[in-house]
Design a protein around this ligand. Structure first.
Ligand code: SF4
Length: 226
């Protein structure tokens, strides 16, 4: 994967939209469309709470930084981590404003519960790769806090997971470079999609203008032959 200039950076949070539905990502991130539903509103409130209070806090051997801006030239993304915890550690990295050495551990806050798809996990892994590039370190794991079950799920950043992040972002970069919003693929996800009234996925089942015109011409020809 090559290095991307800053003006080609994609929003890191877009990974979750792309995994949910590539068209949803295209509508939001390429066409700047947006619509709220109950899920998006709940998610926004949860993130505002995660970012509440001071941006940094120290509790003994634990340093907590909130809403930390991150980017990666290699992946071509930028965004923010809800929370990055830094644990005091002898062979950790040094930080500009804080004495000592630290081991970073990103934490993402999500509404709901762990999901079958990989959207949340891939987003967290992309954050970790950004942190690794910025801090010149290796991050082995992070966690996702799910509000519905009020628990953290630890995530190990395996080579396979990192590869999936890179492949997903590469596909997104390809769509973005072409300015192409993926076509609708109606599925059960549409019922939970805030963009359904903008996307109109059922129209996907209607014939294209070209095939409509072709069949209309064919009908006229048949009539003329009578
Ligand atoms: S309505 Fe369905 S096809 Fe359209 S963006 Fe949402 S999930 Fe994707």
């Amino acid at each position: 994967m090559s290095n991307y200039p800053e003006d080609a950076f994609l929003q890191l949070s877009g990974i979750q939209h792309f995994i949910f539905c590539p068209r949803q990502w295209g509508l939001i991130h390429l066409e700047q469309q947006w619509a709220e539903n109950v899920r998006t509103t709940e998610g926004k409130i949860l993130h505002e709470r995660a970012h509440d209070g001071s941006l940094s806090e120290k509790r003994g051997d634990l340093l907590i930084l909130r809403d930390l801006r991150v980017h990666s030239h290699r992946l071509g993304v930028s965004g923010a981590c809800d929370v990055v915890e830094f644990y005091a550690c002898r062979d950790g990295i040094s930080l500009a404003r804080w004495e000592g050495r630290w081991r970073p551990f990103p934490v993402e806050y999500k509404r709901g519960r762990p999901k079958k798809h990989q959207a949340d996990v891939l987003q967290l892994c992309a954050q970790a790769i950004c942190l690794e590039e910025m801090l010149c370190c290796t991050i082995e794991a992070g966690a996702i806090y799910y509000a519905e079950i009020k628990r953290r799920q630890e995530v190990y950043f395996s080579p396979e997971l990192r590869k999936t992040v890179e492949e997903t972002l590469s596909q997104m970069q390809d769509y973005a470079a072409r300015g192409h919003t993926p076509r609708a693929k109606p599925s059960r996800s549409c019922n939970a999609c805030s963009m359904i009234n903008i996307c109109l996925p059922k129209l996907r089942r209607c014939p294209s203008a070209q095939s409509y015109l072709c069949s209309a011409v064919e009908e006229v020809r048949i009539c003329e032959n009578f």
